[in-house]
Ligand binder design. Structure first.
Ligand SMILES: [Fe+2]
Ligand SMILES: [Fe+2]
Length: 275
């Protein structure tokens, strides 16, 4: 166990390190850094449009993510300031996808207005009730999102699509950094209260799903048809298991903390899509 003041100091240090790297090495600019002049409309397709639109939809619940996150973290400086920084970075994701869809001509402004209306008609609710549980959730969700965007970057490289390559390089790098910070916060929580944090992590893992689930119309179908989703196996091998390893825990420990069930590779996580 550690003192609350020690925990505050650790959170502050972790945030300062995150922010310094973000400011010095990771900042990118939608207007200058994306090679918009290389947009090639001959590469347009409805499948591609639906893929980007699905990501866009998931990023568009930002006001709800921010409201929920700030409410839970406002009494802890490092966590609250991270939320503020996180919101700025995430705001660029939805925006760059929106700009891509309209600049490429795959969606018109009026189509987008309709789309926005449909998205904002429902609101995202926090899937868990405490800051620590949401830290566990963030570590997994950001890792899953990184995997999805990284996969799209690889597709863009393969297809010689310079615009999407740049976009997915920037957004996937942001998501990797977010996953890293959530993991750092989870390690601090583990030091403060290992049993409690393990119980929270077990709960989150056992009921994990992406934010768009139940919110975005035809979510599963969109993920499947547009190629936006990642497989459960990919999630387990490249997001869940590495996260558990980095946190110094195992599926067996989670299983012991959470009766009756916990995930195994043959019982796939109900993950279906990235944000
Ligand atoms: Fe994002
Ligand atoms: Fe993120």
């Amino acid at each position: 166990m550690i003192e609350p003041s020690t925990m505050r100091a650790k959170m502050y240090d972790a945030y300062l390190e995150f922010f310094e790297v973000a400011e010095r090495k990771r900042r990118w600019n939608i207007f200058n850094d994306v090679p918009w002049d290389l947009l090639d409309r001959s590469q347009n397709s409805e499948r591609k449009a639906r893929c980007i639109e699905t990501y866009c939809a998931e990023e568009f619940y930002l006001p709800d993510y921010t409201a929920g996150g700030v409410e839970l973290s406002r009494q802890m400086f490092g966590a609250a300031w991270f939320q503020a920084c996180w919101s700025y970075e995430e705001s660029k994701h939805g925006l760059v996808f929106r700009e891509y869809l309209t600049r490429s001509g795959m969606r018109s402004e009026s189509q987008f207005a309709e789309f926005e209306q449909a998205i904002f008609a429902s609101s995202w609710k926090l899937p868990f009730t405490t800051r620590r549980q949401m830290v566990c959730y963030g570590a997994l969700q950001e890792a899953a999102t990184f995997l999805a965007y990284k996969a799209q970057k690889d597709v863009a490289v393969r297809d010689g699509d310079k615009v999407l390559e740049a976009i997915f390089s920037f957004v996937s790098r942001d998501e990797a950094a977010h996953a890293g910070f959530y993991r750092a916060m989870a390690r601090i929580e583990l030091d403060a209260d290992r049993a409690g944090t393990i119980a929270d992590l077990a709960l989150v893992v056992s009921s994990f799903q992406m934010p768009g689930e139940g919110l975005i119309p035809d979510y599963q179908e969109r993920l499947r048809d547009s190629g936006a989703g990642i497989s459960n196996r990919h999630f387990l091998q490249h997001a869940l298991f590495p996260t558990l390893k980095l946190l110094g825990t195992t599926r067996a420990e989670l299983k012991a903390a959470l009766h009756p069930t916990i995930l195994t590779p043959t019982e796939p996580v109900p993950l279906t899509a990235p944000r």
